[in-house]
Design a protein around this ligand. Structure first.
Ligand code: NDP
Ligand code: MG
Length: 384
């Protein structure tokens, strides 16, 4: 029986991972980690019986620990970064599902790889900022990085038939988000509640905003570079508003292979957990009799500049992807709290990138220090 640890078990990817575990019935959950949602974590402990959990926030961890003790439930409760790392490195764990949101995932992921755990990677911010450290480390430790992000899972699935032939090009699909077709002048007054409505996918708040600004696709271009060792010039973003084609690869002879399906994250999650096996699923299927056309369009880089900024960041490399990602995390948080406007998100990224003094090959501590400095420098910034 496979043992898994889920980092971020109360989030969108985390809960869907537990759905996959529940539906299959032959995976053991050894540890779970969350930020503060102890109500849901408590229910998950009762159902999946992990021996260790981590609640990052110490007060919430103590409260949960008391409750479990009073009710005679055996499960160790840890907290803080040490606790996250302990959850990621448990002896019995085979696969760590990294479903945290943001750069908090970097250290636990690095430690899990050092401990020889395979990684089912949803937490794209980790690869974006530290891909140059993580991919060589995974190779050295003979650890598999199994993509969970639907586009990267699609590419990974397309590559299964490649027989060692390298793709000439990756065609990364994007839905274009809820504001596709709008001009910058129409985007200025977008409110958080407008941006939190995604047409095809139901996801956590941060990635839903990222999808609307096209930052998510920018992060995914960088994620694809590291996962598939591709030159960014050979990664092309195409808009596929129906989210039926989850991505494609083109070979040197011009053949294009696509992976299609209904938008449903449980498929890539299950594929990562059971790779290379394909398990039966009873979920909805694509019904081609109801699809009259498949729409493909070009990204609108003029009104949504986040994608061009991402190419600039990844082509320059070094610490610039960290600036792109960290400033986006700060800006999305501010936008959700109402202290900046919608267009300020991309403007803040562009300004920070323009000002940044590049570190060519940042170490893990330099990446985390840069994130902290940016948080500090931008803490008082607001436009509203
Ligand atoms: P959510 O916001 O829904 O969930 C985030 C999870 O991380 C929660 O369990 C949260 O705990 C936990 N968490 C956040 N901060 C901390 C912390 N400091 N310490 C411990 N746990 C923490 O995010 P998503 O599931 O949407 O996204 C997760 C990752 O997967 C992101 O990187 C995203 O880009 C990627 N992804 C998501 C997809 C989706 O469909 N949702 C699709 C493809 C990729 P708590 O509940 O206690 O706050
Ligand atoms: Mg995606």
């Amino acid at each position: 029986m496979k043992n898994i640890s889920i980092l971020g078990s109360t989030g969108s990817i985390g809960t869907q991972t537990l759905d996959v575990v529940r539906q299959n019935g032959d995976i053991k959950v050894s540890s779970l980690a969350v930020n503060s949602n102890i109500e849901l974590l408590y229910k998950q402990i009762l159902e999946f019986e992990p021996s260790l959990v981590c609640v990052y926030t110490e007060d919430n961890a103590r409260e949960l620990s008391e409750r479990l003790k009073n009710e005679g439930i055996k499960c160790e409760v840890s907290f803080g970064m040490e606790g996250l790392i302990a959850c990621a490195c448990m002896d019995e764990t085979d696969i760590v599902v990294t479903a945290f949101v943001g750069m908090i995932g970097i250290r636990p992921t690095v430690e899990a790889i050092k401990a020889g755990k395979d990684i089912a990677l949803a937490n794209k911010e980790t690869l974006v900022t530290a891909g140059h450290l993580i991919m060589p480390l995974a190779k050295e430790k003979n650890v598999k990085i199994l993509p969970v992000d639907s586009e990267h899972s699609a590419i990974f699935q397309c590559l299964q038939g490649a027989q060692g032939n390298r793709p000439a090009k990756i065609l990364l699909t994007a839905s274009g988000g809820p504001f596709r077709g709008k001009k910058k002048s129409e985007l200025a007054d977008i409110r958080p509640e407008d941006a939190l409505k995604h047409p095809n996918w139901s996801m956590g708040r941060k990635i839903t905003i990222d999808s609307s600004t096209m930052v998510n696709k920018g992060l995914e271009v960088m994620e694809a570079k590291w996962l598939f060792d591709m030159d960014p010039d050979d990664i092309e973003v195409v808009i596929q508003p129906q989210s039926i084609i989850h991505s494609m690869i083109e070979f040197t002879d011009g053949a294009v292979i696509a992976q299609m399906g209904v938008p449903d994250m449980k498929l890539p999650i299950q594929y990562a957990l059971y790779y290379p096996e394909r398990r039966e699923r009873t979920a909805r299927r694509l019904d081609f009799s109801t699809i009259s056309s498949i729409v493909i369009d070009k990204p609108d880089n003029e009104n949504f500049p986040a994608l061009s900024l991402a190419y600039e960041a990844i082509k320059t490399g070094g610490s610039l992807p960290t600036v792109y990602n960290a400033v986006n995390e700060i800006a999305v948080d501010k936008f959700l709290k109402g202290s900046i406007g919608y267009l300020d998100i991309t403007d803040m990224i562009a300004n920070a990138m323009a000002k940044h003094k590049l570190i060519a090959n940042p170490s893990l501590s330099e990446i985390l220090e840069l994130e902290n400095n940016l948080k500090h420098d931008l803490s008082g910034f607001s436009t509203r």
